[in-house]
Structures are given as C-alpha cells and as structure tokens.
Design a binder for this molecule. Structure first.
Ligand SMILES: C[S@@+](CC[C@H](N)C(=O)[O-])C[C@H]1O[C@@H](n2cnc3c(N)ncnc32)[C@H](O)[C@@H]1O
Length: 429
C-alpha cells in the first residue's frame, strides 16, 4: 500500500497548514472538504504531497523537529508562510524515507499593484514643497523596513538565556505569522522558534492598523498572544473595538505597563522619539533597533547620559523592504539589558593625545577638542567631542560621561562641522 505525507491548507486560514499522512490522497482531501462542506467558502487544497516509505515515522520526525511551529498538537496544525513552507518541504525531501514528490504548489505570483488615476490637488494647493514630499516618502520607506531573521538571531544569542525565563515578551510593532515573510515579523518567528529553549511564559505582538496598508492586512489593530501548552502552541487573536494597534494606543500601553517584562522590536524610524519616551518611562527591559546616530541626537542624548540606555552588541545595516529587496539603513541595537564583554571596546583607541594622528584630532573655534575614528585622548581632563560611534563602542562604560544633553555642533573657521556629543573623563576625586 502506498504511503503519503501531505501539507494541506484551508482557504480561510492562510497562516496555518496541516501536515498529515494518508494512504489515499484523493480520499483524504475529500474528507477535509466534506468536513467543511456546510460552508463552501472554506476550501482545502494540498500545497505539497509526496510518497514516503514509512509515513508514521516521517510524520513523527516532523512533529519533533518542528515542535515550536506546531500550533495544535492533536490536529498537527503548523504555522504557515512561504519561508516556513520551504523549510517543511526541505525537511521532508531530505528525510531518508522520502520516495518521490507528487505535487508542490506553484510559487507565489508577484503582487501586482494597480495604480488608479484620480485627480489629486497639486502640491501647491496642499501647501507642500517637493522636498516635503520626498522627506515624507523617506519616512514611510524607513518605517516599512523589515528586520532580517539573521540579524535578530545574531543579537539575541548574545544575551544570557536566563533573562527570558518565565518572561512575557512584547513585540509592539510586529505582525504575527502571516501569509508570507513580508507580513511575518522576524522577531515573532525568532521567539516562536526559541520559545521553549528560552523558557518564555508568553509572547504578545501587535499589528498596527494605521498608516499605509501596504499588504492589505487590514486597518484594524490586532493583538496576537502565544502561549505554549501541553497541546502545542495556542494562538489567540483579538481585534478589540477601536483598537489601533499603535504602540501608544491605551490598550498597548496597558499591556506594556501591566503585562510585559521585555519589549523587543524594530519600531518605526519616524516615530522613534515618541517610542523611546514610552518604553524608557515604562521602566521595562527592552531590546530594540533604532538609528545609529541617536547618541548624538538631542532628543535621545539624555537617555545615554543618564544611563537609561546603551548600545546592544551589533549594528544593523541591512533590512528588507516590502518587495523583499535588501535595503541599507544605519541601525543599531539599543537596550537596558546587561551587556557582558562588549567586543567593540576594542574599537576604542584610548591613547595619549600626542599619539592621536593629526587627521583625527582638531580644535574647533571654541577651542574644544574634536576626535574622530574612535580615538580617545588618554588622561585628557577637559571636555572633548566624539561621534556616535565611540558611544556605541562603549565609551560611557569605560570611565567617561556625557556632559551636555544637547548635541554639539562644532564650527571650524566659521564653517559647521559634523555634529558630535560632549564627553569628559570621570574623575575619581
Ligand atoms: C521598521 S518596521 C519594522 C517591522 C518589524 N518590527 C520588523 O522588525 O521587521 C516598523 C513597523 O511598525 C509599524 N508601525 C508604524 N507606526 C506604528 C505605531 N504607531 N505603532 C505600532 N507599529 C507601528 C509599521 O507599519 C512597520 O510595520
């Protein structure tokens, strides 16, 4: 008798699939469709099917291997999107008991964006300049940059696992597992993949319904809650009335203040000021991505100065845009979690002033010493100015303090130079 492993999906539940076994593919599909026969809208179809030698053994190995992606143990329901599907198929095809592929769904067609022509008021009529529009477009673009799973993994493995034990993680700018990777957050995937290993208590993430709705995910805010029970993952999805999904929505703030232990996300670049204020004032632990230059930006300097935030371990220079293309943006991880053995201390070159090469030191019109390339003048007692890089490399953890909340804008021979931040050696007496 032939034995098959298949992946089947119901049209009304595109973010889930079932991985099962059968001796008769046609009959099994009919059974599924008869089950929902009352509502003709929910049609089941196979996404993948293959012949195997011992279907129970293969099914068992799938269960064990993808335990953290299994939502419902008894019904063998797994989270689904394109990359996850590829993983399931890859695993099955590499299994020693795999015999041959019977069918695999065609690749997703590219989304076609239809441009509807309509009469739009001119820029002048709207009181805007071309520059305003470009600036706004840039903001929207950056807000829709997605973090790659490898960047999330690279940073999160650096922290002591014990910090996650029995904790509620809140991703407050993240869609849950969606139809494909554009609407699936790498943060959520990371935490689902590692839920058991980290010993998490709960994962909560929110979908923002405002702004541009690029992926037709809907304009309502959604709260997704994941808990791991004896039966596998349980996903609860709620869309409370009037909930926007914004990180500053009263309900999001309630979750932040009363339920969350650690916040972890890449918030919209254009709302970083509001976001940092809310997260830092909440007093919760956080690990987030933000612009690399925040340490020399007046809106953020006071957090660094008052030791409310410091850099994480890594920079993030590459993101994915909504077309899944790699795009460059200068990001860095920021946190208030303990950092041990920051490798980047080695990038700081703390040497006597006389040993700093001339091209990396100069005095501005106010006689303030400006140093570049992470050179730090050893034994220098006066205030001097450094770039954000020195702060990201841990200068403030090496006996230096920020002395002014405002960013420092030097002038050299009357010409404005690069902005920096003013620092000074902490004196022990
Ligand atoms: C830079 S993207 C990062 C997305 C995701 N966290 C990741 O790392 O891939 C920022 C996300 O926040 C969403 N967003 C924009 N404004 C928001 C708000 N006020 N509250 C919550 N999310 C928001 C954007 O739609 C976008 O999905």
């Amino acid at each position: 008798m032939e034995e098959y492993i298949y992946i089947v999906q119901a049209s009304l539940e595109p973010s889930k699939c079932k991985i099962g076994k059968t001796n008769d593919l046609d009959r099994r599909l009919k059974e599924y469709n008869n089950m929902t026969g009352k509502s003709k809208e929910n049609i089941y179809q196979y996404l993948f099917a293959c012949e195997v030698k011992n279907m129970s053994a293969v099914e068992n190995d799938i269960k064990n291997f993808f335990i953290t992606l299994r939502e419902n143990k008894s019904k063998e329901i797994y989270f689904y999107n394109d990359p996850l599907f590829e993983n399931y198929v890859k695993f099955i095809k590499a299994h020693p008991l795999f015999v041959k592929e019977i069918l695999v769904k065609p690749e997703n067609k590219k989304q076609i964006v239809k441009i509807v022509k309509k009469t739009t008021p001119s820029l002048e009529e709207r009181g805007l300049t071309h520059r305003d529009v470009m600036r706004k477009a840039q903001k929207v673009d950056n807000d829709e940059f997605y973090t790659r799973l490898e960047d999330v993994e690279k940073e999160l493995v650096m922290y002591d696992k014990a910090i996650w034990e029995d904790k509620v993680v809140f991703c407050n700018c993240d869609d849950a597992v969606g139809n494909d990777e554009r609407d699936t957050s790498a943060f959520v995937l990371y935490f689902l993949n590692n839920f058991k290993e980290l010993g998490l208590k709960k994962l909560i993430c929110t979908h923002y319904g405002g702004g541009i709705d690029l992926f037709n995910q809907g304009t309502k805010g959604i709260i997704y809650i994941y808990i791991f029970t004896r039966d596998g993952f349980e996903e609860l999805k709620e869309s409370p009335k009037n909930y926007t999904g914004s990180f500053d929505d009263p309900l999001s703030l309630k979750i932040l203040n009363h339920e969350a232990d650690i916040v972890c996300t890449n918030p919209p670049f254009s709302k970083a000021i509001e976001y940092w204020k809310i997260i830092i004032e909440s007093g919760k632990k956080f690990l987030i991505i933000s612009n690399v230059s925040n340490a020399i930006n007046t809106a953020f300097i006071h957090y660094f100065k008052n030791n409310k935030v410091w850099a994480g371990y890594n920079r993030v220079d590459w993101f994915l845009n909504y077309k899944k293309e790699l795009v460059r943006a200068s990001g860095s991880w920021y946190t208030n979690l303990p950092i041990t053995n920051r490798a980047k201390y080695n990038h700081l070159k703390i040497v006597p002033l006389k040993d700093i090469p001339e091209k990396h030191k100069q005095y501005d019109d106010s006689k303030i010493l400006l140093v570049d390339n992470c050179y730090i003048p050893k034994g220098y007692k006066k205030t001097f100015a450094v770039s954000a890089r020195s702060i990201l490399n841990g200068l403030l953890e090496n006996g230096y303090k920020i002395v002014q909340d405002k960013r420092y804008e030097p002038y050299i021979n009357g010409k404005a130079g690069f902005a920096r931040v003013l620092v000074q050696k902490i004196m022990n007496n």
